[in-house]
Design a protein. Structure first.
Length: 98
């Protein structure tokens, strides 16, 4: 799987504000919109990437995971986060602590 740099796709810095991300998205979505590029498959693919980048970078939770794990952020999310492993069955049914 190729690494998708969502910041680069939108042309914003990693520390871009939500407002900057939204402005970049609108500018690019307008430029690559199918109405402006009828029948252009490359523009269609670019718009899909732009939409995917916007979806991740405008959602604080997704953005945090993306910043931390890169492309693996989706797998972390699907695994339930926090390690995704239940150790309780190995603890003899006892609770941790006291």
């Amino acid at each position: 799987m190729n690494y998708k740099n969502y910041y680069k796709i939108l042309g914003v810095a990693k520390n871009a504000t939500l407002e900057e991300i939204k402005k970049a998205y609108h500018r690019l979505a307008k430029a690559y919109h199918p109405d402006k590029n009828p029948g252009d498959r490359s523009a269609e693919e670019k718009l899909k990437e732009i939409n995917e980048a916007k979806e991740v970078l405008t959602d604080p939770e997704k953005r945090k995971l993306y910043d931390q794990f890169g492309n693996d952020w989706k797998h972390y999310k699907q695994g339930g986060g926090q390690g995704g492993f239940d150790w309780s069955k190995y603890a003899g049914g006892r609770s941790r602590g006291g």
